[in-house]
Structures are given as C-alpha cells and as structure tokens.
Design a protein around this ligand. Structure first.
Ligand code: GLU
Length: 550
C-alpha cells in the first residue's frame, strides 16, 4: 500500500507540516520542575464540583511549581454543546478563583499556544492525521452506522469483545481501489488508528495519584477523526497536550481505561508522553455504602447549588482542599489564619480511590470560614448573594447598611468568634428580624408559662430598658425581674430543684427574645437590642404585650 499516496488522497489541502507546527509551538522556557497543565472541560452546560476538583488540583500543581496553567475548551462534541456553555464555564471557574495564565477567556483567547478551543484547531489535527496515514498508522473507514450496529450484534451473540479490532476491523487492510471507489462516491469516512496492541499483553504504568498500574494493551482501531473532520477526545488530547507543551495531564479517572490507547497514540505520533495524574471520583455516603456523586440524584454536584445556597467561594475551596489532601485539616488547624495559597498541595496526599464528599462537613468548614470574616465582608457578600437570590432581603440590607453591619458584627472578632452562619441563604433567618420590613413573630412563647408572668416581665423590662447600660447592668436588671416573679436567677439552684421555681432566668430571657426578635433563637440579645435601639425594642415589646393582653 502506498501510504503517502493515500495521505495525499485523504488530505489534499493539508500543506502544513508537523515540523512547522513544532516550531510554531516551541518548547516552553521554564525552570526545571515547573509543571505545565491545564483544565480541559467540555462545554456541556453543566458545571460541577468535578470541574473545581480538577481545576484546583492542576492549578495548584502548576502555580506552586512556577509553571503555567491554561484553559482549553474541548468543544469537539457539537451534539452535547449548549448555547452559552463556554461562557458559563469560564465564568464559573473564574468565580471559584481557578485562575489561568493562558487560554480561553470570554473576550477571546490569550497566550502563544492557541487557539485554545479545539474546533478552531481542526487544521492542526489534520496535519498529524495526514502524517499518521502517510506512515501507515491510520486509515479511513467507511463503515455505516448500520454496519457498526450489525457488528456489535454479532459480537454480542458470539460473546466477543466489543469494538473495531482484529477481523472486525474490516477497513484496516482494504486495497486502495476500494478506498478510491468509496471516496469517488462521496461516502463519509472516519479516520481510524491502526493499533498494534494485543489484549494478551499488559503495560506497566505509574500514575502520580494511582501509583503503579498494570493495564491491558489496546487492540481497538479507535476513531481519530470523525466524519466531519473533527477529532475525538483521544486524538485532540495527544496533539494538543503535545503542542501546548503540557507536562502533566490531570484528569478524572474515567479516562484511565483509555490510557493504553493514549500511550500508543503518543508513541505513534513521536510525542513524548506527559505525566498523568488520574483523580478518583467524588463519592458520598448513601446509607451505609459509598457511591459516586451523581448528576441525576445529587443536586450538590452542580456548582449552581453552591451559588444558590450561598456558600462563600473560599469555603468551597477550603472544603475541596480538605477532601483532596489528607493533611490539609491538620495544616489548617496549625495555621488558622493562613492564606489558602500557603498550603503546600501535593498529589501524594490524594486518595487514589477518590474523595468522600459530605455537605455537613462543608457546612462546618463554611461556618469556620465565615467566622473569620469581618462584618463588612459578610455584609458585602450577603448583599451580593441576596441581589441575585432574595431581592426583598437585598433591599432591606441596602436601606439600612449600618444596622445590618452592626448585626453581622455581633459575636464576631476576638479569639472565639461565633459560628452561627454557614450559608448566605440562612442570613435572613439569622438577622433579618432587625429590619421592621422583615420582622415577624415566627415563634411563640410556650403557653405553659403563665401569661401574667410573661406580661409582668416584659412590662418591667420595658420601663427600665436603657441601651447605654453595660451588659452586666442590663443582665442584673433581667435577673431582678426574674427573682421578683419567683423564677430562678441562679441556674445552678434552678437545676438542683426546678420544682421550687416557676421558671428560670433562661425563660425570662426567652420571653424578651421572642418579643424583640420574633424567634426562640437569635444572636446575643444584649447586642441585638443595641442594634435595634430603644424605640424599636420598646415598640416590639409593647406589640407583644398587646396581643397577650387581648
Ligand atoms: N474534556 C475532557 C473532560 O471534560 C477532559 C479530560 C482531560 O482533562 O484531558 O472530561
């Protein structure tokens, strides 16, 4: 077979040579040990936690090593593409601080190794496709969908492995005449790789995360170019990661089964194989067993979930690092105030089997992260969230910013900041009552308490309330009311003999809390009252008295 002739027949328009491409995309001048890697997502419209896991892992490896991190859009599957998906993807990664040195941006591509969108690189792939054909390493296949279906049925009936290999690879060694006839008839064709592999053989491979592996050789003549001339993931991966001078491929382990084929492909193309780090899946507990997070069953897989719930970005990142590196939590404990960038990320600390994801744990991390923020920061982030997801709340926050900031400042700062808030969508129920527009009596005082006691407590407190009081003075006043009603102001005494009292100072405080916040739980009452001011405190107490006395 005259392979160079076949190459010319299939790719008459390809004039560029691999050598020209090599010089257009020269080796990068980087210090020893610098990692070049990428995020290479497909724009399916669904941006998920896996994108953050992959992005953060490769971003950390690149930037910690003084290397380069770039974004390549893998848009070869036009069928799966959704309008606006590329922008959504780019924005989402940016939102989560996955920052690239090169690649696709919403304003076009940046960097010397572009284009960074695979559909714009069709001509480049064709140069290497032509080279493979000319060397007898790839060939056209004219099988129709029906023929391939029939082949699959035969394989199923005979219990053979599926795929285009061995005797099933019907176009592998067809005479030139047959090829010419099909081409002349304008029949569509795909370009297939001529595999020299044998499934009896194993290849040894060391993955940076998975460790030493033994994988079965690939014997399937996989498709390199589809009938529209667009490459498959595999072919584009080899060509792009070679020309973009990727040193490390960091990707999900769903690609591990394709690795033997990729190794063949790099070898056939004469490319140096990059290092690979295959990340295990995100898992969750389902009852007592673990399973992979699923798009269909688990809303928390989608990044939109975190935005809508109002998880702060640093909390999500902090949590992702927690589940990716086994030593992260210890590091955080030792360095509570350190910047995330100071953590030395390592693929050696990743679990080869994948990471266990747990929303409750994420909430805890988020509470910690939020507790370390200033009131101004919290205010700004809650407002940003509310503008998108709770417009009336946003309006209230904007109408009285100082009051809102003062409310967020309660319990903040100091050695042991309070950890009340986990997500912004809980901020309204946490402090929305400070705004008259949002105040409502949500909880009631337990009717087991004598109405007369409640009214007396509220009335006396209102008569004597002075926001200028120190906290201890304020509390002494409440204790005096408590004692005067036959309730216990000393909790120890109360616990020792509850029957001896009508209630305790905790109950009296609760009467005030329900009156002033409308709720059984709230931030520190002394502070809350000062944020509200005397007028509002008294108005709310009187309003409750009115309903009780009715
Ligand atoms: N487009 C592939 C994916 O989204 C990228 C895999 C890779 O990083 O090579 O799974």
């Amino acid at each position: 077979m005259d392979y160079p002739y076949l190459a010319e027949l299939l790719f008459p328009d390809v004039k560029l040579t691999p050598e020209e491409l090599e010089s257009r995309y020269p080796a990068r001048q980087l210090p020893e040990g610098a990692i070049v890697s990428r995020a290479a997502p497909s724009p399916t419209g669904f941006v998920h936690l896996g994108n953050i896991v992959q992005g953060l892992t490769s971003e950390r490896l690149c930037h910690q090593s003084g290397g380069v991190f770039f974004l390549r859009i893998e848009d070869t599957d036009a069928k799966r593409e959704v309008q606006g998906a590329v922008e959504t993807l780019i924005e989402a990664l940016k939102h989560y601080h996955i920052l690239f040195d090169e690649g696709a941006t919403v304003d076009g591509d940046i960097g010397p190794y572009g284009p960074y969108r695979q559909r714009q690189r069709a001509q480049i792939y064709h140069v290497y496709a032509k080279k493979l054909v000319a060397e007898g390493k790839a060939y056209p296949c004219f099988c129709t969908e029906e023929e391939l279906d029939a082949m699959r049925n035969t394989q199923e009936a005979r219990k053979d492995n599926f795929g285009y290999y061995g005797a099933y690879a019907v176009w592998r060694d067809r005479p030139m005449e047959d090829i010419k006839t099909e081409l002349a008839a304008g029949k569509p064709w795909v370009l297939r790789f001529r595999s020299e592999g044998n499934i009896e053989n194993k290849i040894k491979f060391t993955d940076l995360i998975k460790g030493n592996l033994e994988l079965t050789e690939n014997d399937v003549d996989h498709v390199l170019l589809k009938s529209d001339g667009i490459p498959t993931y595999h072919f584009a991966h080899a060509v792009d990661d070679h020309l973009m001078r990727t040193t490390h491929v960091v990707r999900g382990d769903e690609w591990l089964p394709s690795l033997p084929f990729h190794v063949q492909l790099f070898r056939a193309l004469g490319f140096r194989l990059p290092k690979y780090a295959h990340i295990g899946p995100l898992m969750k507990m389902d009852g007592t067993s673990k399973r992979k997070l699923s798009k269909r069953k688990d809303p928390e897989l989608a990044l939109t979930f975190y935005q809508a719930q109002g998880y702060p970005v640093p909390a999500v990142l902090e949590y992702v690092l927690t589940i990716l590196n086994s030593n992260f939590e210890d590091w955080r404990q030792a360095n509570p105030d350190a910047n995330l960038d100071d953590f030395k990320f390592s693929y050696k600390k990743m679990n080869p089997a994948g990471s266990l994801f747990d929303v409750d744990k994420l909430r805890d991390v988020s509470k910690n992260v939020i507790s370390r923020m200033s009131a101004d920061e919290v205010y700004a982030l809650v407002l940003e969230w509310a503008k998108e997801f709770d417009v009336p709340f946003a309006a209230a926050l904007e109408a009285e910013p100082d009051k809102a900031r003062a409310a967020f400042a309660i319990g903040r700062g100091g050695k042991k900041p309070r950890k009340d808030l986990a997500i912004w969508s809980e901020a309204k129920s946490y402090m929305g009552f400070i705004f008259d527009a949002l105040f409502a009596r949500e909880d009631e005082i337990d009717p087991k308490f004598d109405k007369a006691d409640v009214c007396a407590a509220l009335t006396v407190f209102a008569q004597d309330y002075d926001p200028a009081d120190e906290q201890s003075v304020w509390f002494d006043k409440i204790k005096a009311i408590t004692d005067s009603l036959g309730y216990a102001s000393d909790m120890k005494a109360y616990r020792a003999d509850p029957a001896a009292f009508r209630g305790s100072v905790a109950d009296v405080s609760m009467f005030l809390r329900v009156a002033v916040t409308g709720k059984l739980n709230s931030p520190d009452m002394y502070e809350v009252m000062r944020v509200l001011g005397r007028k509002t405190v008294l108005a709310r107490i009187h309003a409750l008295l009115e309903t009780l006395e009715r």
